[in-house]
Design a protein around this ligand. Structure first.
Ligand SMILES: Cc1cc2nc3c(=O)[nH]c(=O)nc-3n(C[C@H](O)[C@H](O)[C@H](O)COP(=O)(O)OP(=O)(O)OC[C@H]3O[C@@H](n4cnc5c(N)ncnc54)[C@H](O)[C@@H]3O)c2cc1C
Length: 573
């Protein structure tokens, strides 16, 4: 039977990759561990090795295809003889080529400019970059087409979702958990309109806050649609603007599934899911990633029956396997229904419901699933269209992300990019760090982002947070490591809170004891991860964390105990 060559685990929060160059052709002989194909991920390019010697049977995917972690790339007849590799006839084509700039884009840069720095997009990447640049003495403007500042994150992302997560958690706790504390409530009622109004107020205060910060720092908000024209030149709603440095921070948009038409009412993206005016009886979430599970949690706590359909046979790919398995167990206990290893192939709207056709990811019997609301949460794509990038000759990768060097410079002089529109995890704090680093680089300082110390948090119940390498990544890299684990069940504060689900896991280098990864599932995991991130940033050892005095009784003692556990010397277990 042929051996499957699959997309390996690729890294923290990395769920998909783009197929690069095939290094072996069907019929060719391959040696064990010989690279067969290149994959490009958010973070790096990786070569996938053959698991055994033999003959490559086929290519199951083609160059440029987007593939999920675990998907089959090729089949290998292990042990079979194959033909020798053909000599390379020509130099390989570059992974992508920059489009030729149009004549207008080749115009000489302006001698005098309106601004030193113009940032396109006022999300966490763009607005933070604008503020840091202004602090450093640049004359700055920021172009934003939305009616309010703050981007996806403040308007339709991080902030409104966390507001609804908190409100729905309170509602659920009042109905289910308070009684255990001796707090009895006769009947808990939901006022969804009020909950939504509270969320809108929080969003309003945040976006107004950015407007205030722009005024405080002397940043001009150029309202309208920005288009890049070439070095030093752009337009805002057609009006020319000039700048020494142009920064693209246009973010990302929800990805679509072919054949499924979003109307933001019954078939919604995250934006529509934040605005529902009634709790759906049956909610189907397509995609078992962070956004789907957070918003699924909101509506599940408010009374919806939630089914998650996920292509892979696990949730939140890229997360440490042990954490993901525990997470799945706890969500299932809460009432989530899981259809893992399945794909949605069709969505038909009837008068009463949306009827989804689903089948096993590898193909098989089709079944139907009815939903009152369907949330499509299959990832996000870079917002790089309709802003003149291709006309200006700016190189994009196969996923439409702007290509940049280590200093965020595109291939066109004076034009830079940061945040969701470039490679890397699509996270607000990653965008912010890049904004700060770029502003400092433009000012001649040593701006820098440590991509090994970017935490990721899932704000469900319990929370899931991680930083650094997962156990699977360390195994793949052949790094010798040791593990310390501590359950919240053995933490006094967690018991007092009545929140004992989950654990802290610390991974440290076996020889040097340096902290390589920390993974937490449990109460306030999103807050606890800050200590671990600091430890990784400062190159701390597990012993360093274990020797720091942690207040008692706090949840943070679980982090200390897990660190001590890496040296088999945890106290309270
Ligand atoms: C539901 C949801 C929840 C999320 N929760 C979290 C979370 O808890 N934590 C986290 O870290 N991340 C979270 N994210 C991801 C986070 O929102 C993004 O990573 C972050 O907003 C990216 O910042 P950015 O500045 O790169 O782009 P964006 O925030 O997308 O901002 C880009 C801005 O550019 C503007 N723009 C685009 N093109 C143009 C143009 N041509 N002219 C003028 N303006 C333009 C857009 O209108 C937009 O306002 C969440 C996302 C969603 C959807």
């Amino acid at each position: 039977m042929p051996t499957e060559i699959k997309v390996p685990t690729l890294g923290e929060s990395v769920t998909t990759a783009t197929v690069g160059k095939w290094l072996k052709q069907p019929g060719e002989a391959v040696k064990e561990d010989e690279p067969v194909v290149e994959l490009e991920t958010d973070k790096v390019s990786v070569e996938v090795p053959a698991p055994a010697a033999g003959r490559l049977e086929n290519h199951a995917v083609k160059e440029g295809d987007e593939v999920e972690v675990g998907a089959v790339l090729a089949l290998l007849e292990a042990g079979a003889a194959g033909k020798a590799a053909a000599p390379a006839a020509q130099a390989a084509a570059p992974a992508q080529s920059a489009p030729a700039p149009k004549a207008a884009a080749q115009a000489a840069p302006p001698a005098e400019t309106d601004y030193d720095v113009v940032v396109i997009g006022a999300g966490p990447g763009g607005y933070v970059c604008a503020i840091r640049a202004a602090q450093l003495g640049f004359k700055v403007a920021c172009v934003e087409k939305r009616a309010t500042l703050g981007g996806t994150c403040l308007n339709v992302g991080c902030i409104p979702s966390k507001a609804l997560l908190q409100s729905s958690e309170n509602y659920h706790a009042a109905g289910h958990d308070f009684a255990a504390h001796g707090v009895l409530i006769d009947s808990v009622k939901l006022d969804l309109a009020k909950m939504q109004a509270r969320k809108a107020d929080i969003v309003g205060a945040n976006v107004k806050g950015v407007e205030f910060l722009f005024k405080k720092n002397g940043i001009t908000w150029l309202k309208g649609h920005g288009k890049v024209e070439g070095t030093g030149r752009l337009s805002v709603d057609g009006k020319p603007v000039t700048a020494k440095h142009i920064i693209i921070a246009s973010g990302s948009d929800s990805a679509n599934l072919p054949g499924i038409e979003v109307d933001e009412k019954v078939i919604v993206t995250s934006t529509g899911a934040l605005e529902l005016s009634e709790v759906p009886k049956r909610l189907v979430v397509i995609g078992g990633g962070v956004i789907g599970l957070e918003l699924g949690s909101v509506w599940q706590r408010l009374g919806a029956e939630v089914t998650v359909v996920e292509f892979l046979d696990r949730l939140v790919p890229g997360t440490d396997n042990e954490v993901a398995a525990q997470f799945q167990k706890l969500l299932t206990k809460q009432g989530f229904k899981m259809k893992l290893g399945h794909k949605v192939t069709k969505a038909e709207k009837t008068k009463k419901a949306v009827v989804l056709s689903i089948e096993p990811s590898a193909g098989g019997t089709v079944e139907t699933l009815e939903a009152d609301v369907v949330l499509v949460a299959v990832g996000r794509t870079a917002a790089s269209k309709n802003m003149g990038l291709e006309e200006a000759g700016i190189a994009l990768d196969k996923r439409g992300r702007v290509e940049v060097d280590a200093h965020y410079a595109t291939n066109i002089p004076g034009i830079y990019a940061i945040g969701d529109v470039i490679a890397g995890p699509m996270l607000a704090h990653k965008a912010e760090e890049e904004g700060v680093a770029l502003a400092e680089l433009l000012a001649g300082q040593a701006g820098h982002v440590n991509y090994d110390a970017i935490p990721g948090v899932i704000y469900t119940w319990p929370e899931v947070a991680s930083v650094g390498f997962t156990e699977e990544q360390l195994k793949d890299k052949g790094v010798a490591y040791k593990t310390g684990k501590f359950p919240f069940l053995a933490n006094g504060r967690a018991r007092a809170l009545g929140m004992t689900d989950g654990f802290v896991k610390v991974l440290a280098d076996k020889q040097t004891d340096r902290v390589l990864g920390v993974h937490i599932i449990g109460p306030a995991a999103g807050e606890l991860i800050a200590e671990a991130t600091m430890a990784i940033e400062f190159g701390a050892s597990a012993e360093d964390i274990g020797r720091v005095c942690h207040a008692h009784p706090t949840l943070s003692e679980a982090v200390k105990e897990a660190a001590l556990g890496a040296d088999n010397r945890a106290i309270n277990i």
